[in-house]
Design a protein around this ligand. Structure first.
Ligand SMILES: [Zn+2]
Ligand SMILES: [Zn+2]
Length: 338
């Protein structure tokens, strides 16, 4: 079978390797599609070599079918359509013991700390598997992992129907957060600097603001009767985004930090005291976030056709990464793995 190894310096090496026989408690999945995550792009650009090394199959936003089942695995059959929740918690640390194994203190991420899904077959622990409803599009199902991120973010925000929501940053995750928040009854506005992404957001029916053209906080106050946004998602990873997140807030607003900032941003703590704002950290997802994401994709609640902007074959993975890097017209690129 074919597997694409990241070998450093924006390069992949396509190799012919033997599929791994699943051991006890493991299954082998035939990968249908695997999306390129922002994290994968960071790997490709060489930002994560210290963690990932120069000989690693990356990729985790996958869909596929069960192909082989190891000993002691129950409730799965060959041919089942599935996605993988790519987390391997230690099960022993204080975070795991308190039921927060998704943010285990020794968490291993499949597709970064061990080999991932940009290959024809992937052997993984059976506990990571979520079964999909029969008949679901495996192409759309490749969006379940990033959608689970969005579901987790919105759950953490405690969004109530009718609340005003500002999403700062309209990339793939920002867009999915906006879709989940709207589905949950939020009045969503997306702030984004790329005209192309603004057009995509508008096509999906969202109100938008371009911070290069208007003062986002002022516009939010105007639109909410001088109240401000009840929930703000910071998905831009930029200092101007962090400035806007506190400026556009209502009293007792919740700010959800979704973006991973490359440097420590300056946060206006004065606003936190003055308006009794809460800030919430969010990281990956819990099993129930995956189940919710699966339900939404199966019900057609997500505009997958607009989200998926490119599909390439596994041998063309190099081109797919090059085309995605720094391209604001791209949303989600998928690799067809088998
Ligand atoms: Zn991802
Ligand atoms: Zn742990």
């Amino acid at each position: 079978m074919k597997a694409a190894y990241y070998i450093g310096n924006k390069e992949f090496s396509l190799r012919e390797v033997d599929p791994v026989t699943p051991g006890s408690g493991e299954v082998r999945v035939k990968i249908a599609y695997c999306g390129i995550c922002g994290t994968d792009l960071h790997v490709y650009l060489g930002h994560m070599d210290a963690r990932v090394g120069n000989n690693r199959v990356i990729g985790h936003e996958m869909s596929g079918t069960i192909e082989s089942i190891g000993e002691g695995v129950e409730n799965l059959e060959i041919g089942d359509p599935v996605v993988i929740r790519p987390l391997a918690p230690c099960g022993k640390c204080p975070a795991c013991e308190r039921g927060h194994s998704h943010i285990c203190q020794n968490l291993k991420f499949l597709g970064l700390d061990s080999d991932g899904a940009f290959q024809e077959n992937w052997t993984i622990p059976a506990y990571t598997v979520h079964k999909l409803p029969v008949g679901i599009s495996l192409q759309h199902a490749a969006l379940i992992e990033p959608l689970a991120v969005a579901c987790h973010d919105v759950t953490r925000s405690r969004l109530q129907p009718g609340e005003d929501v500002l999403v700062i940053g309209g990339g793939p995750i920002g867009m999915l957060v906006a879709m989940v928040a709207r589905k949950q009854g939020g009045n969503v506005v997306i702030s984004e600097v790329s005209e192309h992404r603004l057009a995509t957001a508008e096509k999906m029916g969202f109100s938008t603001l371009n911070p290069l053209k208007v003062n986002v906080a002022e516009e939010i106050y105007k639109a909410t009767g001088n109240k401000g946004a009840d929930v703000v998602f910071e998905v831009s990873g930029s200092q101007p985004g962090v400035d806007t997140m506190t400026e556009a807030c209502a009293t007792r607003a919740r700010i959800v930090m979704v973006a991973i900032h490359a440097t420590k941003p300056q946060v206006d703590l004065f606003k936190f005291f003055w308006r009794e704002i809460e800030m919430l950290g969010v990281r990956v997802y819990e099993p129930q976030d995956f189940e919710k994401a699966i339900e939404m994709i199966a019900a057609g609640a997500i505009d997958c056709e607009t989200m998926i902007t490119d599909i390439q074959e596994l041998p063309d993975i190099q081109n797919a990464f090059a085309a995605l890097s720094g391209n604001p017209q791209a949303m989600k690129s998928l690799i067809r793995c088998s």
